[in-house]
Design a protein around this ligand. Structure first.
Ligand SMILES: NC(=O)c1ccc[n+]([C@@H]2O[C@H](COP(=O)([O-])OP(=O)(O)OC[C@H]3O[C@@H](n4cnc5c(N)ncnc54)[C@H](OP(=O)(O)O)[C@@H]3O)[C@@H](O)[C@H]2O)c1
Length: 320
Protein backbone atom coordinates (compact mmCIF):
# COMPACT_ATOMS: atom_id res chain seq x y z
CA UNK A 1 0.00 0.00 0.00
CA UNK A 2 1.00 3.63 -0.43
CA UNK A 3 1.66 5.70 2.68
CA UNK A 4 3.06 9.15 3.34
CA UNK A 5 5.73 8.83 6.02
CA UNK A 6 8.20 11.16 7.73
CA UNK A 7 11.40 9.83 9.24
CA UNK A 8 12.60 13.09 10.85
CA UNK A 9 10.89 16.19 12.20
CA UNK A 10 11.09 19.13 9.81
CA UNK A 11 9.55 21.07 6.91
CA UNK A 12 6.82 19.68 4.60
CA UNK A 13 9.50 18.04 2.41
CA UNK A 14 10.15 15.40 5.10
CA UNK A 15 6.82 13.85 4.05
CA UNK A 16 7.64 11.13 1.51
CA UNK A 17 5.66 8.54 -0.42
CA UNK A 18 6.58 4.97 0.68
CA UNK A 19 5.37 1.44 -0.08
CA UNK A 20 4.37 -0.75 2.88
CA UNK A 21 2.79 -4.14 3.47
CA UNK A 22 -0.97 -3.88 4.02
CA UNK A 23 -1.42 -4.37 7.81
CA UNK A 24 -3.33 -7.29 9.36
CA UNK A 25 -5.89 -6.40 12.04
CA UNK A 26 -5.35 -7.70 15.60
CA UNK A 27 -8.24 -9.60 17.18
CA UNK A 28 -10.05 -6.45 18.39
CA UNK A 29 -9.26 -4.33 15.29
CA UNK A 30 -10.91 -3.43 12.02
CA UNK A 31 -8.90 -2.69 8.90
CA UNK A 32 -10.13 0.33 6.96
CA UNK A 33 -9.45 0.95 3.28
CA UNK A 34 -9.10 4.72 3.53
CA UNK A 35 -10.85 6.86 0.93
CA UNK A 36 -10.21 10.29 2.49
CA UNK A 37 -8.17 11.81 5.24
CA UNK A 38 -7.62 15.46 6.18
CA UNK A 39 -4.66 17.70 6.99
CA UNK A 40 -5.37 19.42 10.29
CA UNK A 41 -3.46 22.15 12.11
CA UNK A 42 -2.24 19.54 14.61
CA UNK A 43 -0.58 17.53 11.81
CA UNK A 44 1.98 20.12 10.80
CA UNK A 45 2.74 20.89 14.44
CA UNK A 46 3.58 17.23 15.06
CA UNK A 47 5.58 17.07 11.80
CA UNK A 48 7.86 19.90 12.90
CA UNK A 49 7.66 19.12 16.65
CA UNK A 50 6.13 22.48 17.51
CA UNK A 51 6.44 22.97 20.44
CA UNK A 52 9.69 21.01 20.96
CA UNK A 53 8.18 19.45 24.11
CA UNK A 54 5.91 17.46 21.76
CA UNK A 55 8.93 15.19 21.13
CA UNK A 56 8.48 13.76 24.62
CA UNK A 57 5.28 12.16 23.34
CA UNK A 58 5.92 11.65 19.62
CA UNK A 59 9.56 10.48 19.88
CA UNK A 60 12.62 12.27 21.24
CA UNK A 61 15.13 11.64 18.43
CA UNK A 62 12.74 10.80 15.59
CA UNK A 63 9.01 10.20 15.17
CA UNK A 64 7.87 6.93 16.78
CA UNK A 65 4.85 6.83 14.44
CA UNK A 66 6.10 7.83 10.96
CA UNK A 67 2.60 7.96 9.45
CA UNK A 68 0.66 11.07 10.46
CA UNK A 69 -3.08 11.69 10.09
CA UNK A 70 -5.90 11.42 12.62
CA UNK A 71 -9.00 11.97 10.44
CA UNK A 72 -10.34 9.08 8.45
CA UNK A 73 -13.16 7.90 6.20
CA UNK A 74 -13.28 4.66 4.25
CA UNK A 75 -14.60 1.11 4.10
CA UNK A 76 -14.00 -1.77 6.51
CA UNK A 77 -12.24 -4.50 4.51
CA UNK A 78 -10.98 -6.91 7.16
CA UNK A 79 -11.93 -7.84 10.74
CA UNK A 80 -10.08 -9.20 13.76
CA UNK A 81 -11.66 -12.38 15.12
CA UNK A 82 -13.24 -10.68 18.17
CA UNK A 83 -14.84 -7.75 16.32
CA UNK A 84 -18.60 -7.56 16.75
CA UNK A 85 -19.53 -3.94 16.06
CA UNK A 86 -18.59 -3.68 12.37
CA UNK A 87 -18.76 -5.91 9.32
CA UNK A 88 -16.81 -6.02 6.07
CA UNK A 89 -18.14 -3.40 3.64
CA UNK A 90 -19.27 -0.93 6.32
CA UNK A 91 -18.58 2.67 5.36
CA UNK A 92 -16.98 4.31 8.41
CA UNK A 93 -15.43 7.59 9.48
CA UNK A 94 -13.98 9.29 12.54
CA UNK A 95 -10.68 9.65 14.32
CA UNK A 96 -7.72 7.33 14.78
CA UNK A 97 -6.83 9.32 17.93
CA UNK A 98 -3.22 9.47 19.01
CA UNK A 99 -2.42 6.28 17.05
CA UNK A 100 -2.43 8.56 13.93
CA UNK A 101 -1.73 6.53 10.74
CA UNK A 102 -4.39 8.00 8.44
CA UNK A 103 -2.00 9.12 5.65
CA UNK A 104 -2.19 5.64 4.13
CA UNK A 105 -4.28 3.44 1.89
CA UNK A 106 -5.11 1.14 4.84
CA UNK A 107 -4.96 1.29 8.61
CA UNK A 108 -6.02 -0.96 11.48
CA UNK A 109 -7.71 0.48 14.57
CA UNK A 110 -9.58 -1.01 17.54
CA UNK A 111 -13.32 -1.27 16.95
CA UNK A 112 -13.73 0.77 20.16
CA UNK A 113 -12.14 3.85 18.48
CA UNK A 114 -14.10 7.07 17.88
CA UNK A 115 -15.41 5.62 14.60
CA UNK A 116 -18.99 5.41 13.33
CA UNK A 117 -20.82 4.14 10.28
CA UNK A 118 -20.99 6.84 7.61
CA UNK A 119 -24.61 7.76 6.79
CA UNK A 120 -25.66 7.90 3.12
CA UNK A 121 -26.14 11.68 3.35
CA UNK A 122 -22.46 12.32 4.20
CA UNK A 123 -19.65 11.91 1.65
CA UNK A 124 -16.33 10.28 2.53
CA UNK A 125 -14.51 13.61 2.34
CA UNK A 126 -17.07 15.28 4.62
CA UNK A 127 -16.74 12.33 6.99
CA UNK A 128 -12.97 12.72 7.07
CA UNK A 129 -13.27 16.46 7.77
CA UNK A 130 -16.04 16.23 10.34
CA UNK A 131 -14.25 15.10 13.47
CA UNK A 132 -11.28 17.45 14.04
CA UNK A 133 -12.89 20.90 14.22
CA UNK A 134 -16.35 19.57 15.08
CA UNK A 135 -15.33 17.49 18.11
CA UNK A 136 -13.09 20.30 19.36
CA UNK A 137 -15.75 23.01 19.09
CA UNK A 138 -18.46 20.78 20.58
CA UNK A 139 -16.35 19.72 23.57
CA UNK A 140 -15.46 23.33 24.46
CA UNK A 141 -19.04 24.57 23.93
CA UNK A 142 -20.28 21.84 26.28
CA UNK A 143 -17.68 22.94 28.86
CA UNK A 144 -19.09 26.52 28.63
CA UNK A 145 -22.61 25.31 29.40
CA UNK A 146 -23.82 27.63 26.62
CA UNK A 147 -27.44 28.75 27.07
CA UNK A 148 -30.08 29.99 24.64
CA UNK A 149 -29.79 33.73 23.81
CA UNK A 150 -26.32 34.06 25.34
CA UNK A 151 -23.87 36.13 23.33
CA UNK A 152 -20.99 34.18 21.79
CA UNK A 153 -18.05 35.70 19.94
CA UNK A 154 -15.74 33.43 17.97
CA UNK A 155 -12.28 34.77 17.09
CA UNK A 156 -10.72 32.95 14.11
CA UNK A 157 -14.18 32.08 12.81
CA UNK A 158 -12.96 30.81 9.41
CA UNK A 159 -10.77 28.06 10.91
CA UNK A 160 -11.75 24.41 11.15
CA UNK A 161 -12.72 24.85 14.82
CA UNK A 162 -14.27 28.28 14.14
CA UNK A 163 -16.56 27.17 11.30
CA UNK A 164 -17.78 24.37 13.58
CA UNK A 165 -18.17 26.68 16.61
CA UNK A 166 -20.38 29.18 14.72
CA UNK A 167 -22.79 26.46 13.66
CA UNK A 168 -22.90 24.64 17.00
CA UNK A 169 -23.32 27.84 19.04
CA UNK A 170 -26.20 28.84 16.73
CA UNK A 171 -27.70 25.37 17.07
CA UNK A 172 -27.67 25.77 20.87
CA UNK A 173 -29.48 29.09 20.51
CA UNK A 174 -26.66 31.61 21.06
CA UNK A 175 -26.34 34.99 19.35
CA UNK A 176 -23.11 34.62 17.40
CA UNK A 177 -20.55 37.21 16.35
CA UNK A 178 -17.86 35.88 14.01
CA UNK A 179 -14.45 37.56 13.89
CA UNK A 180 -12.51 36.87 10.70
CA UNK A 181 -10.97 38.55 7.62
CA UNK A 182 -13.38 40.47 5.40
CA UNK A 183 -12.75 37.93 2.64
CA UNK A 184 -14.46 35.32 4.83
CA UNK A 185 -17.51 37.36 5.87
CA UNK A 186 -19.79 35.63 3.33
CA UNK A 187 -18.64 32.20 4.48
CA UNK A 188 -19.28 32.82 8.19
CA UNK A 189 -22.65 34.47 7.47
CA UNK A 190 -23.62 31.42 5.39
CA UNK A 191 -22.86 29.29 8.46
CA UNK A 192 -25.31 31.32 10.53
CA UNK A 193 -23.28 34.09 12.19
CA UNK A 194 -25.60 36.92 13.29
CA UNK A 195 -22.83 39.54 13.20
CA UNK A 196 -19.41 39.71 11.59
CA UNK A 197 -16.35 41.72 12.52
CA UNK A 198 -12.79 41.86 11.21
CA UNK A 199 -9.74 41.30 13.45
CA UNK A 200 -8.79 44.97 13.55
CA UNK A 201 -12.24 46.00 14.77
CA UNK A 202 -12.19 43.28 17.44
CA UNK A 203 -8.86 44.53 18.74
CA UNK A 204 -9.63 48.27 18.40
CA UNK A 205 -10.43 50.44 21.40
CA UNK A 206 -13.79 51.33 19.83
CA UNK A 207 -14.94 47.74 20.30
CA UNK A 208 -16.10 47.67 23.91
CA UNK A 209 -18.96 45.20 23.70
CA UNK A 210 -18.95 42.27 26.14
CA UNK A 211 -20.01 38.66 25.49
CA UNK A 212 -21.08 35.71 27.62
CA UNK A 213 -18.60 33.48 25.82
CA UNK A 214 -15.39 34.62 24.14
CA UNK A 215 -14.22 31.68 22.02
CA UNK A 216 -10.63 32.15 20.80
CA UNK A 217 -10.01 29.47 18.18
CA UNK A 218 -6.65 30.23 16.66
CA UNK A 219 -4.33 31.33 19.47
CA UNK A 220 -3.63 34.64 17.73
CA UNK A 221 -5.08 37.21 20.14
CA UNK A 222 -3.86 37.86 23.69
CA UNK A 223 -5.63 36.67 26.82
CA UNK A 224 -5.79 40.30 27.97
CA UNK A 225 -7.62 41.53 24.86
CA UNK A 226 -10.05 38.62 25.07
CA UNK A 227 -10.78 39.20 28.75
CA UNK A 228 -11.75 42.79 27.92
CA UNK A 229 -14.69 41.40 25.95
CA UNK A 230 -15.85 38.85 28.53
CA UNK A 231 -18.97 39.90 30.41
CA UNK A 232 -19.12 39.61 34.22
CA UNK A 233 -19.46 35.89 34.97
CA UNK A 234 -18.75 34.98 31.34
CA UNK A 235 -16.38 32.33 29.99
CA UNK A 236 -13.18 32.67 27.99
CA UNK A 237 -12.27 29.67 25.84
CA UNK A 238 -8.70 29.33 24.59
CA UNK A 239 -8.85 26.52 22.04
CA UNK A 240 -5.35 26.99 20.66
CA UNK A 241 -3.53 28.09 23.82
CA UNK A 242 0.25 27.61 23.95
CA UNK A 243 1.85 26.10 27.09
CA UNK A 244 2.74 29.61 28.24
CA UNK A 245 -0.87 30.79 27.79
CA UNK A 246 -2.18 27.74 29.63
CA UNK A 247 -0.03 28.61 32.68
CA UNK A 248 -1.14 32.24 32.40
CA UNK A 249 -4.80 31.20 32.12
CA UNK A 250 -4.54 28.80 35.07
CA UNK A 251 -2.98 31.58 37.17
CA UNK A 252 -5.72 34.09 36.22
CA UNK A 253 -8.44 31.53 36.96
CA UNK A 254 -6.91 30.74 40.33
CA UNK A 255 -6.18 34.26 41.48
CA UNK A 256 -9.14 36.13 39.96
CA UNK A 257 -11.76 33.40 39.83
CA UNK A 258 -12.31 33.93 36.08
CA UNK A 259 -13.78 31.00 34.17
CA UNK A 260 -11.24 30.11 31.46
CA UNK A 261 -11.40 26.85 29.52
CA UNK A 262 -8.33 25.44 27.80
CA UNK A 263 -6.39 22.20 27.31
CA UNK A 264 -6.82 19.08 25.19
CA UNK A 265 -10.31 17.94 24.31
CA UNK A 266 -11.78 14.50 24.89
CA UNK A 267 -12.87 12.91 21.58
CA UNK A 268 -15.99 10.86 22.30
CA UNK A 269 -18.29 8.63 20.29
CA UNK A 270 -21.23 10.41 21.88
CA UNK A 271 -20.12 13.76 20.45
CA UNK A 272 -19.29 12.26 17.05
CA UNK A 273 -22.85 10.92 17.06
CA UNK A 274 -24.25 14.39 17.78
CA UNK A 275 -22.23 15.92 14.92
CA UNK A 276 -23.23 13.12 12.57
CA UNK A 277 -26.93 13.58 13.25
CA UNK A 278 -26.68 17.35 12.77
CA UNK A 279 -24.78 16.85 9.49
CA UNK A 280 -27.15 14.17 8.26
CA UNK A 281 -30.10 16.51 8.86
CA UNK A 282 -28.36 19.38 7.06
CA UNK A 283 -28.14 21.48 10.25
CA UNK A 284 -24.33 21.25 10.31
CA UNK A 285 -22.15 21.77 7.25
CA UNK A 286 -18.57 20.51 6.96
CA UNK A 287 -16.58 23.29 5.29
CA UNK A 288 -13.96 21.95 2.87
CA UNK A 289 -11.59 24.51 1.40
CA UNK A 290 -9.40 22.35 -0.85
CA UNK A 291 -8.68 18.78 -1.89
CA UNK A 292 -5.21 17.36 -2.52
CA UNK A 293 -4.21 13.86 -3.67
CA UNK A 294 -2.24 11.72 -1.19
CA UNK A 295 0.89 12.19 -3.30
CA UNK A 296 0.69 16.00 -2.81
CA UNK A 297 0.82 15.76 0.99
CA UNK A 298 3.80 18.12 1.31
CA UNK A 299 1.92 20.75 -0.70
CA UNK A 300 -1.18 20.24 1.47
CA UNK A 301 0.92 20.69 4.62
CA UNK A 302 2.46 23.88 3.21
CA UNK A 303 -1.03 25.23 2.54
CA UNK A 304 -2.41 24.37 5.98
CA UNK A 305 0.70 25.60 7.81
CA UNK A 306 0.39 28.98 6.08
CA UNK A 307 -2.61 29.43 8.39
CA UNK A 308 -5.26 30.72 6.00
CA UNK A 309 -7.37 27.71 5.16
CA UNK A 310 -11.14 28.05 5.38
CA UNK A 311 -12.52 25.17 7.40
CA UNK A 312 -10.80 21.97 6.38
CA UNK A 313 -8.42 20.48 3.83
CA UNK A 314 -9.29 17.01 2.53
CA UNK A 315 -6.93 14.43 1.05
CA UNK A 316 -8.18 12.08 -1.66
CA UNK A 317 -6.73 8.61 -1.29
CA UNK A 318 -9.36 6.70 -3.23
CA UNK A 319 -12.45 7.83 -5.14
CA UNK A 320 -15.01 9.76 -3.06
N1 LIG B 1 -7.43 22.13 22.59
C1 LIG B 1 -7.50 21.15 21.70
O1 LIG B 1 -7.67 19.97 22.04
C2 LIG B 1 -7.40 21.48 20.24
C3 LIG B 1 -7.94 20.62 19.28
C4 LIG B 1 -7.89 20.99 17.96
C5 LIG B 1 -7.29 22.19 17.59
N2 LIG B 1 -6.72 22.97 18.55
C6 LIG B 1 -6.07 24.23 18.19
O2 LIG B 1 -7.07 25.07 17.65
C7 LIG B 1 -6.45 26.02 16.81
C8 LIG B 1 -7.27 26.14 15.55
O3 LIG B 1 -7.13 24.97 14.77
P1 LIG B 1 -7.77 24.93 13.33
O4 LIG B 1 -7.34 23.68 12.70
O5 LIG B 1 -9.21 25.19 13.43
O6 LIG B 1 -7.02 26.18 12.65
P2 LIG B 1 -6.92 26.48 11.10
O7 LIG B 1 -8.13 25.97 10.42
O8 LIG B 1 -5.61 26.03 10.60
O9 LIG B 1 -6.91 28.08 11.13
C9 LIG B 1 -6.89 28.74 9.92
C10 LIG B 1 -7.68 30.03 10.05
O10 LIG B 1 -7.05 30.88 11.02
C11 LIG B 1 -7.30 32.22 10.61
N3 LIG B 1 -6.27 33.13 11.11
C12 LIG B 1 -4.98 33.19 10.74
N4 LIG B 1 -4.37 34.22 11.39
C13 LIG B 1 -5.30 34.80 12.17
C14 LIG B 1 -5.29 35.88 13.07
N5 LIG B 1 -4.20 36.59 13.32
N6 LIG B 1 -6.42 36.17 13.72
C15 LIG B 1 -7.54 35.43 13.51
N7 LIG B 1 -7.62 34.41 12.66
C16 LIG B 1 -6.51 34.09 11.99
C17 LIG B 1 -7.26 32.18 9.11
O11 LIG B 1 -8.06 33.21 8.60
P3 LIG B 1 -7.42 34.37 7.66
O12 LIG B 1 -7.06 33.72 6.37
O13 LIG B 1 -8.49 35.36 7.58
O14 LIG B 1 -6.20 34.90 8.40
C18 LIG B 1 -7.76 30.78 8.75
O15 LIG B 1 -9.08 30.76 8.28
C19 LIG B 1 -5.02 25.57 16.60
O16 LIG B 1 -4.16 26.35 17.40
C20 LIG B 1 -5.04 24.14 17.10
O17 LIG B 1 -3.78 23.75 17.62
C21 LIG B 1 -6.78 22.66 19.86
Amino acid sequence: MKVIAYRNYGPPEVLKLEEREIPTPKKNEIRIKIYNTAVNSGDWRIRKADPKLAKLYFGIFKPKQPILGISIAGVVDSLGKDVTKFKIGDKVFGSTGMRLGAYAEYTCIPESSVILRLPEEISFSEGACLSFGGLTALDFIQKCNLQKNQTFIVYGASSSVGTAAIQLAKHFGAIVTAVCSQKNFDLVKSLGADFVMDYETFLSESHNKKYDVVFECVGKSSITSNLLHRSEGGVLVLVGASFKEMFQAAWISLTKGINIKFGPIAETLENLNILTELTRKGIYKVVIDKFFPLEAMAEAHRYVEAGHKKGNVAINIDND
